[in-house]
Design a binder for this molecule. Structure first.
Ligand SMILES: C[S@@+](CC[C@H](N)C(=O)[O-])C[C@H]1O[C@@H](n2cnc3c(N)ncnc32)[C@H](O)[C@@H]1O
Length: 256
């Protein structure tokens, strides 16, 4: 099959996908949120996502790295790999021309098998039902011996309840079985999106099932003393937070 036909198939799969309608509207707002220093979303990215992803991915000055669901390409900007590839279902006009950006759906990537030293997907897999297909694709494009690193909002503590005044996280959802949250808005404004809850072992077991070896799992907890200090000096936040439960999780794998 020629590359053109593959890309056309990818594009038509994307335009038939339910997220096609919602992400283009949400992605610009999301990008503005995480770039605005006065916002809670910026804080979470700078203190939670970024340092953990950078540590787990490690030195990539000699690597070919793909960031899937890249948004504006901030991860590539931070990591500066030798060859940086990025893809997203939404056009990203702000992404640096240094990176090879393409519109692609993680569920039907058109990159060659075993092409990348590192594949990253930050806050990506939580938005789709087909976790198994997405991970199969991520495995396929990773080189033997290569790495795959994902970040998630922590499945058990993202919109499943909320902190009370003592900072105890009170869960109201039934965590024993997958469910979806529709019409979700990140930071109260970027959306509406559909979030797919699944028990944490579903992520781990799907990584193993497609062939990855899990190298490290990390939970990140917000440092409430630091966070409250930032709120005191003007950071915008109307979301209740607690440092007693993890906010993000990270899974780092290797392709054997
Ligand atoms: C919450 S944002 C995260 C952006 C960036 N990775 C980060 O960590 O800040 C999720 C991104 O995944 C993209 N996305 C959603 N579904 C996707 C899919 N099926 N394939 C590729 N990208 C997707 C969205 O367009 C959006 O840019």
């Amino acid at each position: 099959m020629s590359k053109n036909i593959v890309i056309q198939n990818v594009k038509s799969a994307i335009t038939q996908s339910p997220c096609w309608e919602t992400w283009p509207r949400a992605t610009r707002i999301y990008s503005d949120l995480v770039c605005d220093h006065s916002k809670d979303s910026y804080y979470l990215r700078a203190h939670g996502l970024k340092p953990n992803l950078i540590r787990l991915i490690g030195d990539c000055k000699d690597s070919r790295l793909l960031d899937i669901g890249s948004g504006n390409g901030w991860l590539l900007d931070a990591l500066r790999p030798k060859e940086g590839y990025a893809c997203d279902i939404v056009e990203q006009p702000d992404i640096s021309p240094k990176w090879n950006f393409e519109i692609q759906d993680v569920r039907s990537l058109s990159y060659a098998d075993n092409f990348f030293d590192v594949v990253a997907g930050s806050l990506l897999l939580i938005w789709m039902k087909e976790l198994d297909i997405a991970l199969q694709q991520m495995y396929r494009v990773t080189k033997p011996g290569g790495k795959m690193v994902i970040s998630l909002v922590h499945p058990y503590f993202y919109r499943t309840g909320e902190p009370n005044k003592n900072g105890d996280f009170v869960i109201g959802s039934n965590l024993s079985t997958p469910f979806k949250i529709e019409k979700l808005k990140i930071g109260g404004i970027a959306g509406p999106l559909t979030y797919f809850y699944r028990p944490f072992p579903d992520y781990i077991n799907n990584c193993i099932k497609v062939g990855f070896r899990i190298v490290e799992i990390v939970d990140w907890f917000i440092d409430m003393a630091d966070y409250e200090q930032k709120v005191k000096v003007g950071m915008n936040s109307n979301i209740l937070r607690t440092g007693k439960v993890p906010l993000y999780s990270f899974i780092a794998c290797e392709k054997g």
